[in-house]
Design a protein around this ligand. Structure first.
Ligand SMILES: Nc1ncnc2c1ncn2[C@@H]1O[C@H](COP(=O)(O)OP(=O)(O)OP(=O)(O)O)[C@@H](O)[C@H]1O
Length: 303
């Protein structure tokens, strides 16, 4: 297996007595679009700042491209593009002029400006003043700035924050394109799974500073499968009865629970119960939200 692009080892940040991030072992492989998920205050921005060497860890360390960020920060960051928190621009300058300032500071050729503006779909608006840009356009300009210097790794902290559904879609499409066409490794943070689930290949979930899940999107979906919950008479007997017919129910309190199933199977399930002289009082289909997945992952699930 090739060396990961990002790897953290027991990464920890403590402010006073509080741990903002604790023992984080993040692993982002080459070509991954890594969705870094967690509710507000979970520790995403603190982690990202440590990845970029902007915040010093209390314990642990960060390796990017196999090198320690504290030791080789300048060299590493030459190949990393980042958008952290809301970027600031000069509103009285055009999108093009804002990027030109950055290329001058970084000593990059001017031709890159046209390239990145084209990639983020802002070529036609390059000459407009940034103060007239929509929030989505400003975010795309932020990504364009991050793309200057042709980075191998792109780190985006909540790039869809505050955007309307159309803006979210634009960013999503852009990220997909960057990964597919430019082969870039991307880490993108969000507090909403729904905003990034169509884009990412791998998911890391941070909850109260700790990484509670880190696997493929496929594996997360497996866990996030909907459940079917039935309220029946004599639930324990009903469970045994169903098992004798090959079903595999879980019993939670007085309800029996199943993974989602086809309509045909639901009909068959109810028929089996009724034929066994059990009464079915109610049925709920539960589609877990991200919050539910968190709860399941932290083993406080009720069904
Ligand atoms: N400089 C700081 N001093 C003290 N506490 C801090 C500091 N920076 C962050 N924190 C705390 O660390 C915790 C994690 O914050 P962080 O901004 O990393 O979360 P987040 O997941 O990015 O959330 P959000 O989506 O709201 O930005 C929070 O409780 C926050 O108050």
């Amino acid at each position: 297996m090739s060396e990961p692009i990002i790897q953290t080892h027991q990464l920890t940040k403590q402010y006073g007595k509080r741990y903002s991030v604790k023992d984080l072992d993040l692993r982002v492989a080459k070509g991954d679009v890594y969705g870094f998920l967690g509710p507000n205050g979970a520790g995403k921005t603190t982690t990202i700042k440590m990845l970029l060497g902007l915040v010093q860890p209390t314990q642990g360390y960060v390796q990017i491209f196999g090198q320690d960020i504290q030791e080789n920060r300048k060299q590493i960051l030459r190949h990393v593009g980042a958008l952290v928190e809301s970027p600031t621009y000069y509103g009285h300058l055009s999108g093009y002029e804002n990027l030109k300032l950055i290329t001058q500071v970084l000593g990059l050729p001017k031709r890159e400006i046209e390239e990145v503006l084209y990639i983020v779909g802002l070529s036609n608006d390059a000459g407009r003043l940034v103060r007239g840009y929509s929030l989505g356009m400003k975010q795309r300009l932020g990504i364009a700035a991050a793309l200057l210097g042709n980075p191998k790794l792109l780190i985006l902290d909540e790039p869809t924050n505050g955007l309307d559904p159309a803006g979210i879609r634009e960013i999503r499409e852009l990220i997909k394109r960057l990964a597919e066409e430019q082969g870039m490794t991307i880490l993108i943070s969000s507090h909403l799974l729904s905003e990034i689930e169509q884009t990412v290949t791998t998911v890391g979930i941070i909850f109260r500073g700790q990484l509670i899940f880190q696997k493929s999107l496929q594996a997360l979906k497996q866990r996030a499968k909907g459940r079917l919950e039935l309220e029946v008479s004599r639930p324990e007997e009903a469970k045994v009865h169903l098992q004798s017919f090959g079903w595999n129910p879980d019993l939670h309190g007085d309800r029996i629970c199943f993974e989602v199933m086809s309509r045909k199977n639901v009909a068959q399930l109810i028929k089996t119960l009724v034929q066994g002289q059990f009464s079915v009082y109610g049925m709920n289909s539960i589609q877990p939200s991200l919050e539910n997945i968190f709860i399941q992952l932290t083993e406080r699930e009720s069904c």
